[in-house]
Design a protein. Structure first.
Length: 361
């Protein structure tokens, strides 16, 4: 049964230089988009009591409270449902944050990216570090007890000292969750068409990741890029993806995963607004491909691969099927055996791409 929903809100004040997500800056379309998004939800959502809801973007915090209320009124949730909304500093104030909380939003994901203003400007962000800190204070004043921030390392002009300072600032804020990502320059982004100078090299980026693991060692490092305050504060919504659990994706370009089959929504805004309720175009089910994806995602998690789960889900004997690969990396100390299965060691995490490629046919 599908118990999670992702809602894509494709509007921004300004496109960030590194961003490859589907979004635009025509804010005049937000009201009509909300109406069309609601049409899609009414058509496909079956009123199941939800475990998680995630407003992503774009910049969902640009939505008016009335838009958020209209969307949430269609969803079946209770006090146990994790409802996350992504926020960009400078797009909310204390009154709006209080309003969001009153509507049922109970988790904020704040796009900080850095606490260094030079790096923020180079990345095309609309806020300063001071703006981010002010917004964090207001999020707490509004009563939110579950706050995550995103950070990016490897931005133009970034260096080890800057990154350590950003991590120390983040740690001082007593956050429930921190997500951090190495900069990747993807096709279609401003950085791709106009490559920045002063980028840290790959070795420096790798060192930045190692430094993050050390600096955040008192956090629960439950997935490669994600650190929770404790075992009660992982992103439950993201765990839906990493566990290959089903979820609905609603909105422009949103993807969903239902009955072990994926779909991707219309990516052209005009076409989506013209017909938000056209039938989903599901990819053919491919169990081998899903198995490889499950292995890839499983090894990204701190708990690793759980034998009972993977064997039941895919009707295989994981240890037998991958015996040679497992033996190879156990010997090199890149994998370790756990009570329930296998996980990457710290050394394995640092070269995970090479290891995981061995599991793909």
């Amino acid at each position: 049964m599908t118990k999670s929903i992702y809602l894509h809100i494709p509007f921004c004040i300004k496109k960030c230089a590194y961003c490859s997500f589907i979004s635009g800056t025509n804010l005049d379309l937000m009201s009509i988009y909300t109406d069309k998004l609601c049409e899609e939800i009414k058509k496909f959502y079956d009123k199941t009591l939800l475990n998680t809801v995630y407003f992503g973007g774009g910049t969902p915090s640009l939505l008016e409270l009335s838009h958020v209320e209209k969307i949430l009124s269609l969803l079946n949730f209770d006090e146990n449902t994790e409802i996350t909304l992504e926020v960009n500093p400078k797009t909310v104030d204390l009154n709006k944050l209080k309003g969001l909380k009153s509507l049922g939003i109970n988790r904020i994901s704040l796009g900080v990216q850095s606490f260094n203003d030079t790096l923020l400007k180079a990345a095309g962000r609309i806020h300063t570090s001071e703006d981010a800190l002010k917004t964090i204070d207001e999020i707490r004043l509004a009563g939110f007890k579950n706050l995550s921030i995103d950070l990016i390392y490897g931005l133009p002009f970034d260096n080890i000292e800057n990154w350590k300072n950003t991590l120390k600032q983040a740690k001082s804020l007593e956050l429930e969750h921190i997500s951090l990502y190495g900069l990747k320059i993807e096709e279609g982004t401003p950085f791709y068409s106009n490559p920045p100078k002063n980028l840290p090299d790959e070795d420096t980026q790798a060192l930045m990741y190692e430094i993050a693991m050390e600096e955040l060692s008192d956090f629960y490092h439950y997935e490669f890029s994600n650190f929770a305050k404790d075992k009660n504060h992982p992103s439950r919504h993201n765990l839906t993806y990493w566990n290959l659990a089903p979820y609905w994706g609603f909105g422009l370009g949103a993807s969903g995963f239902v009955n072990l089959k994926r779909y991707i929504n219309e990516t052209n805004l005009k076409n989506y607004l013209d017909n938000p309720i056209k039938e989903k175009n599901y990819e053919p089910k491919d169990m081998q491909k899903l198995l490889e994806e499950y292995i890839f995602l499983g090894f990204r998690k701190q708990e690793g691969i759980i034998l009972k789960e993977i064997n039941e889900k895919f009707q295989i004997d994981f240890e037998k099927k991958y015996q040679k690969i497992l033996e190879k990396y156990l010997k090199t100390n890149h994998l370790e055996k756990t009570k329930e299965g296998y996980k990457l060691t710290r050394e394995g995490v640092l070269v995970s791409n090479y290891i995981l490629c061995d599991f793909i046919d």
